[in-house]
Design a protein around this ligand. Sequence first.
Ligand code: ADP
Ligand code: ADP
Ligand code: MG
Length: 501
Amino acid sequence: MPQIRKILVANRGEIALRIMRTAREMGIATVAVFSEADRTSPHVRYADEAVCIGAAASSESYLNMDKILKVCADLGVDAIHPGYGFLSENAGFARKVREAGLIFIGPSPESIEVMGSKLAAKHAASKYNIPMVPGTPSAIDDRDEAKRIAGDIGYPILIKASAGGGGKGMRVVENEGEFDEQMGRAVSEAQAAFGDGSVFIEKYITSPKHIEIQVLGDHQGNIIHLFERECSIQRRHQKVVEEAPSISITPEIREEMGRCAVDVARSCNYYGAGTVEFIMDENRNFYFLEMNTRLQVEHPVTEMITGVDLVQEMILIAGGEPLGIVQDDLQIRGHAIEIRVYAEDAANHFLPDIGTLHTYVKPDGNGVRVDDGFEQGMDIPIYYDPMIAKLISYGQDRQTAIRKMVRAIDEYQISGVQTTLPFCRFVMQHEAFVNGSFDTNFVGRHFAPDVLSTKTEDETAALAALVSALLGDTLSESKPVQNEVVTMNASKWQGRRFKTH
Ligand code: ADP
Ligand code: ADP
Ligand code: MG
């Protein structure tokens, strides 16, 4: 394998910067590609070389394989890191990269192909003893047969696109009466979104937690896992808050889930970094959902609790190095939480809120990491995912990580667009989040736009509680959970918001 001396990052924004930073630490030169919409982006300036590859639309730029490969040839690039989204899970691209004599920093095209289809993934994983959600084992071509299976499984059921991703292509069917209509919609949506109308059925787990395991595999066949991430706080089946470790699993479940994840990876001869996703029901039965064959958005929380730089591992593996870590070397240290700061209006169905970042001042300090790709004055383009930043907090335990997150959210100053920051602050202080009794229905069950506007009342109450505490009264001991929330609010006031302004 040729030595990696120059990496092209086929991506944009925070993840492009994230990857280039590690490359630089490793003494590897970096090449950015960018669209006309991203001319002024930090990732373009950070790179050693940068090339504009086309118009704003992804199909003209970040998805344009031939242009990207041409830049590699022109600039003497050895390897391509695809980041997440865009071409990262495109087996055809991985193959073209290989054919061009370049290194794809990721798994083989064959692994991507198998795991890119949720059905093929389940089929491959079925060689091992891995729990699966009850459902149809292959794409549905006979609706009557599918309806019979749905009846056997019991409603509600979920129709999923085999090629689905990013939370798209899923429909819940509450009863047999809705079956035909929802099936018709699911097939046409899947066809439109993924160019593949194959759908299948899974039992709909009504109160699940989404828990996933980070894995790393090398070309020598070694595979390890780096524990779990809890990603149950979602809107539109897509994550907004992630943390590691999960508050909901025992060491025994962690070990068993880890074993299953390693087996899933083994089932497709996996190398590189990957994530095996599971859902877990109220009785802590867990089931394999899918494998994402790339670096995940929420990978930083794993880095914080393990001390492993996942991008560095990906690059070393791609260069042919055997893993430098064995399973027993790894230990969970502390607790990390990530929130995704999207330019979205949580009060308006989390719809994208595109505009200019008139103010953009990010938080800092002990236990705070910001992975972002924007600066004050920049526009959030409409062409791409509206994520502005990932805010990550780290503390010795979960409560500390939550407190640091609330403090960091309060320091974050963004104006010009609505963001998910107020929503995430609400999550951090919600009793169900604090005590761990949340699942993927958190948003539907606990969130309504008015909870953001009543924040002031809560804060007034918290201030009153703090003042009374300072005056010598004790805070109520009778409601421990509420007390917890009050304590966190109180720390906000100790943050001198009112003393300095
Ligand atoms: P993760 O799976 O890393 O937790 P997401 O599900 O949000 O994060 O996906 C990561 C990125 O990839 C997002 O920008 C998302 O919009 C995009 N994405 C993922 N899968 C697809 C897909 N099949 N088609 C289009 N975009 C996708
Ligand atoms: P994607 O490729 O879009 O990420 P996933 O299969 O990973 O698709 O599912 C995304 C999310 O949808 C999960 O995190 C979970 O919240 C929900 N989900 C998926 N399958 C089920 C199921 N069988 N029952 C309940 N919720 C599910
Ligand atoms: Mg998923």
